[in-house]
Structures are given as C-alpha cells and as structure tokens.
Design a protein around this ligand. Structure first.
Ligand code: IMP
Ligand code: MG
Length: 182
C-alpha cells in the first residue's frame, strides 16, 4: 500500500468581525459615499464572487437615487491561499461604463495586485472616474500601492473567510468574518 500525505483541512476559527461590526462600518462608508457622489451618477462594480455580500448590504444603505449595479469576475487564487499574481478578466461589465463614475467594490485586498490591475484596466478605458472600496485590507501584505478611497477594516495577515469570502469555495455564506485555522 502507498501512503499518501494530505494536508489537514483548515477549519473556521475565531470570529474576527461580527455581523454588527460589519453593518456599522458599512453604514459609515455609505454616508461617505452618498456625500461624495451627490448629484453625480454612480455605478457599483462588484468583484465576484467575494464582494457579493458587501455590494448587497452597502447598496441598501445608500440614499443616492441613481445607483446602478454591475459585476465583473477576475481570475485569482484557485483553491490556494496565496496569490499567483496572474490576473485576467473572466467576466466583463455588462453596462457601458463610458463616462460613468465607477466604484469598484472588492472583499479583501491582500497584495493589492488584483485591485491595482483592475484600476489600471478601467482607467485605460474611457470611464469617467474610478474609485475603490475594499471591505478588508491586510496592510502587512501590500506589494502594490493602490489608492483605495474606502477601507472597511485593516486586519492582520491571517486568511479569513465568511461574508462572501471563501476557502476553496466554502464559507461564503457565513454572516460574519472568521479566521481560518490549520
Ligand atoms: P490580492 O490580489 O493579493 O490583493 O488578492 C485579492 C483577492 O484574493 C481578494 O479579492 C480575495 O478574493 C482573495 N483573498 C485574499 N486574501 C483572502 C483571504 O484572507 N480570504 C479569502 N480570500 C482572500
Ligand atoms: Mg476577490
């Protein structure tokens, strides 16, 4: 018989951010966004799949009456927990973003590679303005500086899951954000 070594599966550990903490911070950001985009059009451009919860909750907190919502998909990690650094757009926006004010919404910024690539990609088109919101940021891991206008929380460089974020496609449905433990 051949013995195979398999790495232990990580499990959900301590709760880093509760539903209440996430909601309270998003409502602060929603007020800032309402103020910034008063009298201007606004397209929320969520990065699938991780940003689904942030977009759904944040969108409902905005008072802005002309909000449109669109989604993109970019390739990323696969099932591993470290970034490959190679990024492609797997799903383009459906809306015509020409001259529009776009707020890119992502779940988490780790190295910053995804968002810096995305911002450069959008700016190379004739988008009116591009700003970025990330719910979480890991400042210790940032390799590329991305000007992020709205940051939910700066966190330690742990791998987290829940509230849209996955490990191997699991845990996205958790209503809170937890640290994965190995
Ligand atoms: P970056 O390009 O290194 O900034 O990676 C950003 C993307 O990697 C995020 O949009 C997430 O999809 C994923 N990611 C980074 N860190 C985590 C984590 O701790 N949990 C879940 N996904 C993560
Ligand atoms: Mg993501």
């Amino acid at each position: 018989m051949i013995a195979t070594m398999t790495a232990p599966e990580p499990v959900i550990g301590r709760i880093l951010l509760s539903q209440d903490q996430i909601r309270d911070r998003l409502s602060e950001l929603a007020a800032d966004i309402d103020a910034h985009y008063t009298g201007r059009d606004l397209v929320l451009l969520g990065v699938l799949k991780g940003a689904m919860m942030v977009v759904a909750d944040l969108a409902r907190m905005l008072n802005h009456e002309g909000v449109e919502i669109d989604w993109i998909t970019v390739s990323s990690y696969g099932d591993s927990t470290t970034s490959s650094g190679v990024i492609r757009m797997l799903k383009e926006p459906d809306l015509d973003l020409d001259g529009r004010n776009v707020l890119v919404i992502d779940d988490i910024t780790d190295s910053g590679l995804t968002l810096s690539w995305l911002v450069a990609n959008l700016r190379s088109r004739s988008v009116g303005s591009v700003e970025v919101l990330t719910l979480l940021r890991k400042p210790d891991l940032v390799k590329v500086e991305v000007p992020i206008r709205y940051v939910g929380f700066d966190i330690a460089p742990d791998f987290v899951a829940g509230y849209g974020m996955d490990y191997a496609q699991r845990y996205r449905n958790l209503p809170y954000i937890a640290v994965l433990e190995y």
